[in-house]
Design a protein around this ligand. Sequence first.
Ligand code: SAM
Ligand code: SF4
Length: 347
Amino acid sequence: MDLSQDIKSARLFPSTPEMIDPFGRAITYLRVSVTDRCDFRCVYCMAEDMTFLPKRDLLTLEELDRLCSAFVDKGVRRLRLTGGEPLVRKNVMHLVRGLSRHLVAGTLDELTLTTNGSQLSRFAGELADCGVKRLNVSLDTLDPAKFKSITRWGELDRVLAGIRAAQAAGIKVKLNAVALKDFNEDEIPSMIEWAHGEGMDLTLIETMPMGEIDEDRTDRYLPLSAVRRSLAERYTLSEIGYRTGGPARYVEVAETGGRLGFITPMTHNFCESCNRVRVTCTGTLYMCLGQEDAADLRTPLRASEGDELLSRAIDEAIGRKPKGHDFVIDRTTSRPSVSRHMSVTGG
Ligand code: SAM
Ligand code: SF4
């Protein structure tokens, strides 16, 4: 009898996923924002003058580990660390190293990060060593001056060096670019060609109305349906079933042989297949990126050393996961749909 096959299939299809929401969706994906701080201030994400959480409100790295591990015990198979910028959290590699034990034990299929890439040169080797096989790096332009203006002070060269370091360490990098009107609209074809030439998938994201920023998002909003139409005039795009567990839908670009993803929270609601929830660095659980409802997990986490209270609080929260978001972006709606910034729950 081939036991290894049984073990493998049990891992891929856990027979009783323990977290099922009211709409029958199994929750198997957790995104954890390990800090709300960042070394960039991307104009669509943050105001220039941001007030960050006082450090005393943050969960310690040990508490974050306990929280993530409780979710793994309850059937989470994929874990993504994000932020803010996850790699600016002090000693973050201690957390990554600790969580990698679940990969070794086979109770977790994937441990990944979403990063702006600024610190990757420093951490790529250690991330690979901890079993991180894929990374999402956010990059909205390949023009150094534009990069500086969109991030307010980021250095493109550092990010490119970080991407190269990750690739050299054997990590597969996927690029994420927010599509912004009058900013990178015309650059999208050259970004596709560059990314695919370097062996990376590229995913385009629609800007979402989250948190007050210094400008009017309506001025920058670029529906991806329009981007896709114009790309289809230049390239042969064919729908493929490729999925990475996230909300992106992929096409293959025949001319480059690479994959292009579209994340369309505004023009196409992808909530029906949502398998994820998000925890912030203060232990607040958001059942939906686009809704305000949340559950405090820090109190039950700290209330006892065992995980019983925590587990109950998680179950109670999953029981109210909403069907989906309803983002609105137009000039008549002056306030963002969701008051918290994207850097609170991460991407
Ligand atoms: N700092 C890391 C980074 O930039 O990759 C991780 C956190 S960042 C909040 C995660 C992703 O969210 C990035 O790809 C960023 O471009 C995207 N993002 C931030 N604000 C957004 C918004 N209002 N709408 C759409 N995407 C946004
Ligand atoms: Fe920082 Fe990422 Fe937000 Fe840019 S998108 S400000 S890198 S958290």
